[in-house]
Ligand binder design. Sequence first.
Ligand SMILES: Cc1cc2nc3c(=O)[nH]c(=O)nc-3n(C[C@H](O)[C@H](O)[C@H](O)COP(=O)(O)OP(=O)(O)OC[C@H]3O[C@@H](n4cnc5c(N)ncnc54)[C@H](O)[C@@H]3O)c2cc1C
Length: 450
Amino acid sequence: MTPCPLALNARANTPMKWVRLVRCSSNPLWSRKPRKIAGYEAAGPDAAEPVEAGLQTADVVVIGAGQAGLSAAYHLQRRGFLPAGQTSGGEMAAEFPGSYVVLDAEAGPEGAWRHRWQSLRMATVNGISDLPGIPKPDIDPAEPSSGFLSRYFGDYEEGLGLNVVRPVKVHSVSREDNDPSGRLRIGTSAGKWSARAVINATGTWTRPFWPIYPGQSSFRGRQLHVADYVAAEEFRGQHVIVVGGGISAVGLLDEISQVTSTRWFTRREPVWRDAAFDQKAGHDAVALVDERVRLGLPPQSVVSVTGLISTPSLRAAAERGVLDRHPMFTGIEPTRVRLADGSFLAAGVILWATGFRAELEHLAPLHLRGPGGGIAMDGTQVAAEKRVHLIGYGPSSSTIGANRAGRSAVAGILKMLEHCSPDPGPDRSLDSGTPGRADPGIPFHGRFTG
Ligand SMILES: Cc1cc2nc3c(=O)[nH]c(=O)nc-3n(C[C@H](O)[C@H](O)[C@H](O)COP(=O)(O)OP(=O)(O)OC[C@H]3O[C@@H](n4cnc5c(N)ncnc54)[C@H](O)[C@@H]3O)c2cc1C
């Protein structure tokens, strides 16, 4: 991208201050004064197009406000994008790179952390990266992750003035016409949006994966997915079968086995990782997933590339015999499961810790999936649909990955829109910093309550 030769107030990315950018004469988007049309707030050539009643517009619509969506919003603001709805009218409308909105289905901040089980505490999560630019406040390791992250995410959104609109569920994303650089139409629970680009950051939590086993529907006990798990106490006195070979399965086996009897089933022998999961290991794991999604294959489970990482509490659980793994049962009957050797095991509960799939159903009208069953990606950009970025997907489905992907997606969109963007100065958004202190280069109007 060509940096603007002159940029006044280039670091002012708060929505309350108008950002004055110098026009890039070679860019057609800057070449025409926008006309102000009621209900249509895009600046640039499209602003003169006819407007559908009730249609809202933004240059970039971000779907989802978890870690990935907030990272995208942060980087959009940092690069001078303004909240949609605050950009219409007057001279200023011609002088910003674009507008954005974040649409999130939840009633409040925090993304999927909002729904994770009560016993998941800051001490028991694997390590949550800071949101870009603003480190987490001091952590009480005993605090439930949900309470802590709710405050952190909420203060972050508010302090930065990010344009998050909720609760808004996106039902569909489609092309408005056959022009590959035309607009996308976003159908939601609160009306329609028209956008030049979409950053999809919808995570996986809303798509729990349940495998199918013979007799499953005949089971008279309780079957639940990890997505519905609340606390071990509710299983006291019942025999609990845990299915799945990932981090959630072993963590919950440890927890539930403290109050009742359990048995662990997996399809494959779990692979425990002996070596430390250091930066190089993380890099190698991401590279493996990146290779798959570049080829258009669906991303696999996290554990398939990281292996199971032992912790002191898991070692203690292994010593108690809780982590003795059994090959997958072959069928389910009303009060028991049929084991691989033909014998039976009585069970009151089957807990499916069988992972999640990417929540992409609303993108179906775009027909992005290829013959490999996945979506061929070029970094965060969908290879066959340059207007759509997927973040928090595949190689970026971790909190640090989500941060990086938000930044890459925004850089890719600016490039696509061929905007002349000011250089916002060194990006310290991925550096670690002092807890609760914002990057001094970023306007932050909040206070942390951590
Ligand atoms: C149990 C568990 C523990 C984990 N622990 C860690 C950890 O310790 N460290 C780590 O780095 N990673 C961890 N991860 C992974 C990490 O949580 C995720 O990679 C990251 O938080 C996902 O962020 P996200 O923004 O992609 O998705 P989410 O946090 O899931 O946010 C997606 C948002 O999109 C919204 N949304 C979905 N569909 C729509 C729609 N159609 N319209 C509008 N909005 C929609 C959702 O409501 C949600 O608000 C863990 C995952 C799990 C399941």
